[in-house]
Write a protein that binds this ligand. Structure first.
Ligand code: GLU
Length: 296
């Protein structure tokens, strides 16, 4: 049976959208038409009786735009990191305000969940997060998740060397998918999916529409660049996400966010993006895996 057909019956879906997909490239300002369409798509998927979680980046990018006039007046920030964290504090609130408004148009309640690495590796935190997600989904609410950037030590060319940092929302979304026992994770990005090589650098790179088993060969195809300089996730972080999602038993799709209507087409079993088939590993331990990818 065509694996794509199985996507029609997915019950619990985590969708991740990156910063570069939410902004106009020319100005860095929010793309309201895309955000509006995203909200409508997700509400409609929810109305089909499926559980939906949105993992959204954009806090730092939105905050930066908002504080811009003030930084010009005041000059240099205390540290570049403090500046980014301050931007995240402003931007996360703005982003949620926008989402609340757009989802309210469709009578959909949303909730905010901000996570750090400790949410996964600390047993009590993980237990609480799992219960909160479960309760929200039971009530038909769409949780909107981001990393708690003001608490986690965030570096733009991130080194995963902090005690609290996850660092990119690709990995975060797979962790969320594992936490809520989702059966599908969709990563919306500024690329069509996985290629045999970086398509920006190599014109002969071939598109891969399905990865049945995540072998070393595929993992090596993950290049560190998507061509975008806004978010932090490249193909490498998407491969880490695939490792977690498929290992925990969920299918994963990487798809282009150019038209967010692609969400419906994916759930309709159409050939869109790259599908990574679930391969549940009985002894896949999320906590152990998360700890291992952050070790240097
Ligand atoms: N959490 C960051 C933000 O909201 C983005 C991380 C990422 O792009 O992967 O700005």
């Amino acid at each position: 049976m065509n694996h794509r057909e199985l996507l029609k019956d997915k019950k619990r879906i985590v969708v991740k959208i990156g910063s570069s997909s939410l902004q106009h490239a020319q100005t860095g300002d929010l793309d309201y038409i895309k955000l509006e369409k995203l909200a409508r798509e997700l509400c409609d998927i929810r109305n089909q009786g499926k559980d939906v979680v949105l993992v959204s980046s954009g806090a730092i990018a939105v905050g930066k735009k908002a504080v811009n006039p003030y930084t010009e007046m005041e000059g240099k920030p205390v540290t570049p990191l403090a500046f980014k964290q301050a931007c995240a504090a402003v931007g996360q609130a703005r982003l949620m305000m926008t989402y609340q408004k757009l989802f309210a148009e469709y009578n959909q309640i949303v909730a905010q969940i901000l996570m750090t690495k400790n949410t996964v590796v600390d047993d009590m935190n993980r237990f609480n997060a799992h219960n909160t997600f479960t309760e929200l989904l039971k009530m038909g609410i769409i949780p909107i998740v981001n990393e708690n950037d003001t608490i986690a030590s965030y570096e733009i060319n991130y080194e995963k060397d902090s005690d609290t940092l996850i660092g990119d929302n690709d990995t975060l979304s797979a962790i969320v998918a594992a936490l809520v026992e989702a059966d599908l994770l969709i990563l919306l990005s500024d690329i069509d999916g996985l290629y045999t090589d970086d398509p920006h650098a190599n014109p002969n790179a071939e598109f891969i529409s399905e990865v049945e088993k995540l072998t070393e060969e595929y993992l090596n195809m993950g290049k560190a660049s998507t061509g975008s300089n806004v978010g932090t996730g490249g193909m490498n972080t998407k491969m880490a996400a695939a490792r977690i999602a498929t290992g925990m038993g969920a299918d994963m799709v990487i798809a282009n966010s150019r038209d967010v209507g692609i969400l419906h087409r994916i759930l309709d079993g159409r050939q869109e993006g790259t599908l990574f088939a679930a391969n549940r590993e009985e002894n896949f331990d999320l906590k152990e895996f998360v700890n291992s990818i952050y070790k240097h």
